[in-house]
Design a binder for this molecule. Sequence first.
Ligand code: ADP
Ligand code: MG
Length: 379
Amino acid sequence: MPDLPPLEPGKRPDEAVAKGRPNEETSPIVLELRKVTCAYEAGRPAISDISLCARKGDILCLLGPSGCGKTTTLRVIAGFEPVIGGEVYLQDQLVSAAGLLVPTEERRVGMVFQEYALFPHLRVAENIAFGLRHLSADQRTTQVHAMLAMTGLIGFERRYPHELSGGQQQRVALARALAQKPVILLLDEPFSNLDPDMTGKMRQDLHDLLRRTNTTAILVTHDHDEAFAMADRVAVLNNGRLEQFDTPEAIYHMPSTPFVADFVGQADFIPGIVENGKVLTEIGEFPNQAGYQGGARVVVMIRPDDIHVIPAENCTARILARQFRGSENLYMIGLPSGRVVHSSEASTSVYPIGTPVELQIVATHTVLFDRDANPRSST
Ligand code: ADP
Ligand code: MG
């Protein structure tokens, strides 16, 4: 779970932090997708009605489960796939629409794929220089050197890709893409081939590099921790549709659909009924922030960080299981109805299975949904 600063009362969590973001809302828009639809087979769109935009220097993440359309969205932006509906603009130029496809080589997009796609028979420096044939030899040498320095690859220029670690290969792929001064950098699951021990450091390095070079980037990932760590804004995709496009904080605290709530972190969904301006549930009352009418059947989404347990005799809720996660204990709590909720406790709070507990709810980021919206049915 991300550590978030305490919220100022009355502020949306994203507002509380948005001011600290380096990209002013005044930066020029580099990329815009308007209601983009792309289909590999007639009548079966892989992505539908996707709208999003990136400003200069923004890092966007496309987040969602396998098959939701992340790679397709990148391929559309790169000009590898035509669209059947909607428009793509790069720096205010229309590059894709039904019947229009500006070729990839005219788009100035940089790409880093999952497998890096380095040329195995070319040395590091030659790989980086590959797209720079339009420059003079001197300019090319200077540019390659600048890229080697920027990505920490000085000393490796004469190696072949197979003589490098996964992380170094990734840096060559980045250097090769950035050498061409792309208007936007597209990265498809760039950490998936790396040793998990290394991904934390590599994420930080990539984030620093993108910020230092004020590079606009779209990064694809199925990992919400990665999206939260990297992105200024996250686009959550599900079944080819955009469910939410927002800051990481808003995605986590104010998911706009049950799918998003469930995909980006542990969430429990507790049925409730609206009565006298409150939502009544088996674990207590919640504010009716969304203003549902009396009698409305809703579900309350609650995160484990907002449920605390206190061992107490004569309580009907019981601890069913404990997962030790290092910095926390995640408890599964059985309610009398048979429903299960989760509670995050300090790593030192260890209670035996079966302990009767009282639940204390700190409802800082509960969200209400219609009862009929089932999070798992949409996956
Ligand atoms: P993701 O990158 O999120 O895993 P993709 O964009 O690769 O998802 O795929 C989205 C959907 O399009 C999936 O249903 C996938 O099976 C389908 N798809 C992807 N590539 C092709 C292709 N070349 N031909 C036909 N269908 C494809
Ligand atoms: Mg993919």
